[in-house]
Ligand binder design. Structure first.
Ligand SMILES: Cc1ncc(COP(=O)(O)O)c(C=O)c1O
Length: 274
């Protein structure tokens, strides 16, 4: 097995509950035990993981990728991977289909029409042949809708954050991110090779401290609403867009002078969410 848990009631190598009964394998470990693997073999963690997984999945400890039975509407039917039964009419808080656009009849019709014309995707990299006329039409329409010069399309929120951060920042620059920033922002930081620092969640004074005495190119990574805990960005005033970060210091009223410029920002889940 991977790294041993040290916080359980480990007696003689087994983990027991309070009454001394041995816990099922699925409960003795979690994903963190497999992070570093076991030994020098890059594939060495697969067997112990598999052993745990065989127990964890049917026991219902795997909570990801629950199979929905239809479109991501406000209520959904989902197959419970433990019991195999479909649980009906559950309230769906996990989707970002905020406006229900994905299943509107006109959207479905447009998708069907596009499939007839293009088949299933461009089958190429966008920098070479993988760009269809319909992508350019979408980018132009989005730019018009947002009142912007142009729009760059990415297939997921993850790829936006990784692409934009690594595209803007270089080794020697400074990125300061809220400690609860989405994993995609963190991956973008790593890929950019800039100096990366974190400030304590929503603590503007800590952010100020981390930015001090740095004269080079800086980027601050915050979220309007944090997907990690559902909180809004610290002391924000949403003025139809980027939250103005306000100083944590009650004597200093007004916005923090961070040059957080609306036209120089990007936001995930903004359109159609708040
Ligand atoms: C702030 C933030 N950034 C990025 C993402 C990633 O988006 P996607 O799942 O489309 O890759 C999410 C997803 O919820 C998010 O909340």
């Amino acid at each position: 097995m991977g790294e041993e848990k040290t916080d359980g009631t480990n007696q003689g190598g087994m983990f027991n509950d309070k009454s001394g009964k041995q816990l099922p394998l699925a409960m003795q470990y979690d994903y963190t035990n497999f992070y570093f693997g076991a030994g020098d073999d890059a594939f060495g963690m697969l067997d112990p993981f598999d052993e745990w997984w065989k127990d964890a999945k049917p026991s219902g400890y795997y909570l990801y990728s629950l199979p929905m039975q239809g479109s991501p509407a406000t209520r959904v039917d989902v197959r419970n991977t433990k019991t195999g039964k479909v649980e009906g009419d559950l309230l769906n808080f996990a989707s970002y289909n905020y406006l229900g656009l994905s299943y509107r009849p006109e959207v479905k019709e447009a998708v069907i029409e596009a499939v007839h014309r293009y088949g299933n995707g461009a089958s190429g990299s966008p920098i070479l042949s993988g760009s269809l006329e319909v992508h350019h039409e979408l980018a132009d329409l989005m730019a018009e809708f947002k009142g912007k010069e142009a729009v760059l399309l990415f297939p997921t929120g993850y790829s936006v954050n990784v692409g934009v951060i690594a595209g803007l920042m270089r080794s020697g620059d400074l990125i300061v991110a809220d400690q609860y920033a989405h994993a995609s922002l963190v991956d973008g930081m790593i890929l950019s090779k800039a100096n990366s620092r974190f400030f304590r969640h929503n603590k503007v004074d800590d952010l100020e401290r981390k930015l001090k005495r740095y004269e080079g190119k800086k980027l601050v990574l915050i979220e309007g609403v944090y997907s990690m805990d559902g909180r809004r960005c610290a002391r924000t005033r949403h003025r139809g867009g980027l939250p103005a970060l306000r100083s944590a210091d009650p004597d200093r009223r007004g916005s923090l002078n961070l040059h957080l410029r609306r036209e120089r920002s990007w936001r995930c889940h903004q359109l159609g969410s708040l």
